[in-house]
Design a protein around this ligand. Structure first.
Ligand code: UDP
Length: 398
């Protein structure tokens, strides 16, 4: 029979040291048997599913009984919640009565199907927020908001506060996202799992095999952005910046994206980008092949994450872990991941992105040095052990 295994805390020893492992093991021992339920709205596609997947397994390996439940919804439900997501990041929305009814009804139906008898309920992002209304509250409920809340639409915020104010604590990714609300607010930045196929070290042969499988030539330096096809990731800005940079350097752009089940905007954005395809601009949709994501992030001369809003860019940490310099939008969580000019670059415009691209591609020494520092930044600050320990501390405190 096959030998199945999941990552154990000891596996992190070579990255974070025995002392940290021992401390985490102690904290987890005090919480042994704790029943935690996580709710979000998609099994894959996007950073939230990615972190819940790894974190729930690691918590279970430490003796907590941590579950993951994904709410079900109709296409119009996800169209409404994506609009809310956009509005919370500063976009516009017409929150009509019928939209509110659909949103609230779907969550009510989910509550009918989910029986809860837990010690902690963790609700991720706005989609499942109203669940709290439908249960007799017997334990702490946490709202974990992964969005960039620096400029939320006032009407949407007011509407959602109706539920937010009933939570016992709210977790945000940056202190700048703090808002007026009743629950205490905590800041915790997400982190990556170094043992997944996406993040573990691949051999040159494996990388070449993946890239050739998707017919991605490697004769020129690769500029890569890996993102859902979402306006906040500014894929059009990436293409424009690349076209400007190409006046000075020869390189190839790979924009790799996927579609999350709770994000109906992706198809349209993908199709509008396809018009820019040429022999130097590859727009690909095989983003569910996580070995391909790894191969691209590892082999790239530079990775872009030109976001206009970003709670925290997992893609930024993933590329930095592979010692690849990242040029990231000077927004939200990315500001805490990249130290401008040290382990990557922060940019605020298409022109600046193009300039930095040229600089990084022309200077191999700069690339190596930034890459080394980027890897070390992730080792110290953005591995899952740090995030896990913050959760254990929070559970302990509540
Ligand atoms: N991702 C992927 N394939 C794609 C696009 C994205 O596997 O084509 C992954 C990416 O590697 C990262 C997550 O989806 O793990 C995106 O997380 P991030 O925090 O960067 O952005 P979000 O989508 O949550 O806004």
């Amino acid at each position: 029979m096959a030998q199945y295994r999941i990552t154990e805390i000891e596996d992190y020893d070579s990255f974070v040291g025995t002392e940290t492992i021992e401390r985490i093991r102690q904290k987890a021992a005090n919480l042994k048997g704790l029943r935690v339920a996580n709710f979000n709205s998609t099994y894959y596609g996007g950073g939230v599913a990615e972190t819940i997947s790894s974190l729930t397994l690691l918590m279970n390996s430490l003796g907590l009984r941590t579950e993951w439940r994904v709410i079900q919804g109709t296409p119009d439900f996800f169209s409404i919640t994506k609009k809310m997501h956009n509005a919370l990041q500063g976009g516009e929305i017409d929150l009509s009565k019928i939209k509110r009814e659909i949103f609230e009804q779907v969550i009510y139906e989910n509550s009918v199907r989910n029986f809860l008898d837990h010690d902690f309920i963790m609700v991720h992002d706005p989609q499942p927020l109203p669940l709290i209304e439908h249960y007799e509250k017997k334990c702490p409920w946490l709202w974990r908001c992964h969005l960039d809340l620096s400029r939320p639409d006032a009407e949407t915020w007011k509407y959602l506060r109706h539920w937010i104010d009933n939570y016992d604590a709210v977790i945000l990714s940056c202190r700048e996202f703090a808002q007026e609300m009743n629950p205490p607010q905590r800041v915790m930045m997400p982190a990556i799992d170094p043992f997944t196929i996406k993040n573990r070290q691949l051999s040159d042969r494996e990388i070449n095999e993946r890239l050739s499988r998707y017919e991605i030539p490697t004769d020129l330096p690769l500029v890569v952005q890996v993102s859902r096809f979402d306006p906040w990731k500014d894929p059009k800005g990436v293409v424009d910046a690349f076209k400007l940079a190409r006046k000075q350097i020869d390189a190839r752009l790979v924009l790799l994206g996927n579609f999350a089940t709770d994000d109906p905007e992706g198809e349209e954005i993908f199709h509008s980008l396809c018009a820019s395809r040429d022999e130097r601009i590859l727009i690909l949709t095989s983003g569910d092949d996580t070995a391909l994501v790894n191969a691209l992030q590892t082999r790239a001369a530079v990775v872009l994450q030109k976001s206009l809003r970003e709670g925290f860019g997992l893609t930024v940490a993933e590329a930095m872990w592979k010692a690849t310099p990242v040029i990231g939008g000077n927004v939200g969580g990315i500001r805490y991941q990249i130290e401008d000019g040290v382990n990557g670059f922060l940019v605020s415009s298409v022109d600046e992105t193009a300039e930095r691209m040229v600089e990084v591609i022309n200077d191999g020494e700069l690339r190596d040095e930034m890459g080394r520092k980027a890897h070390e930044t992730v080792r110290k600050n953005f591995l899952l052990t740090r995030y896990l320990e913050q959760y254990l501390d929070l559970f302990g405190a509540l």
